[in-house]
Design a protein around this ligand. Structure first.
Ligand code: SAM
Length: 282
């Protein structure tokens, strides 16, 4: 497909620090679309000016997106190619974008992402913590019960969690994470990724808190938190497990679905549970 194509919304990833991280494809596209929607026209104007790109910029942020979405859909209907960028990283990741993409898709229009840097994945892969399965938490609610509930859930989460936080709130977040996860939980705080003073601070919550209590957190920070230790499987009690399997089957599950269900609840292997169902009771 020719790029940019008329009537297509392009989500374009921009640098999270190092300007060299803007891809040649992103640069070419930003120069060639009919207009660029961005969070802050001054900030993005400087980025584009530095690249020698003159563009029609339109502001698109949290507080005007409801009004802008119909305007941008109309521009797409009129055959314009539109790019959406945020101040840094990927639009739609703790930045405006999600609602515009949903509305564009609902209108039957094409959305294409020109991928680029993202602080969450950059911090995750640099952390040395398990990256096979992870949860993105973004910014936690600022306070109240919702924040406490999210912290409690993070404390129990077995996958690696990635959180964004403003530097002046980092110490408070580390203290709260210690309350919910314990001081020895592994963590890496990635600071100023891709910039001159990039730094990774860990390896535990206690160590990160101690570091940032003496060196005031500055710049942008992403917290990569190791998961909770996997819960111990229940003790193997063949009679009790067989009875639970039979109960699940009586409820309408097939033998293999009953074994799968009980495996996820008990931590035992599905194969062993299935074999148990077909072995005679002692
Ligand atoms: N859309 C962006 C992305 O794709 O990563 C995230 C935007 S969000 C408003 C900004 C937050 O991302 C910052 O408060 C910080 O937690 C994280 N962040 C952005 N740039 C960063 C950097 N260079 N180093 C560490 N964290 C960064």
């Amino acid at each position: 497909m020719k790029e940019p194509s008329p009537g297509v919304l392009y989500l374009v990833g921009t640098p999270i620090g190092h300007r060299g991280d803007l891809s040649p494809r992103a640069q070419q596209l930003l120069a060639a679309v009919d207009r660029v929607a961005c969070e802050d026209t001054r900030h993005s104007g400087l980025l584009l000016h530095g690249l020698g790109i003159q563009q029609k910029l339109i502001s698109f942020h949290q507080h005007n997106q409801q009004q802008r979405i119909p305007e941008l859909l109309q521009a797409l209907d009129d055959g314009e190619a539109v790019a959406l960028i945020s101040d840094a990283g990927l639009p739609g990741i703790s930045d405006p974008g999600e609602e515009l993409v949903a509305a564009t898709r609902a209108a039957g229009r094409t959305v294409i992402c020109i991928p680029g840097p993202c602080a969450a994945t950059t911090a995750l892969v640099s952390s040395g913590l398990p990256s096979g399965r992870f949860c993105f938490e973004g910014f936690l609610p600022a306070k109240g019960r919702e924040r406490q509930q999210r912290l409690a859930a993070i404390g129990q989460e077995e996958r690696t969690s990635v959180l964004y936080e403003a530097p002046h709130r980092l110490l408070q977040l580390l203290k709260e994470l210690i309350e919910h996860c314990g001081a020895e939980r592994p963590v890496q705080v990635a600071r100023e990724l891709t910039k001159r003073h990039e730094q990774h601070v860990g390896p535990t919550l206690a160590a990160a808190l101690q570091h940032f209590s003496t060196c005031k957190p500055q710049g942008e920070c992403t917290v990569v938190l190791g998961g909770a230790p996997a819960s111990e499987p229940e003790a193997w009690d063949a009679d009790a497990l067989r009875a639970q399997l039979q109960q699940l089957q009586a409820g309408g599950l097939s033998a293999s679905d009953a074994a799968r269900e009980l495996a996820s609840r008990s931590g035992h292997s599905r194969r062993e549970l299935y074999a148990l169902l077909h072995s005679a009771a002692d």
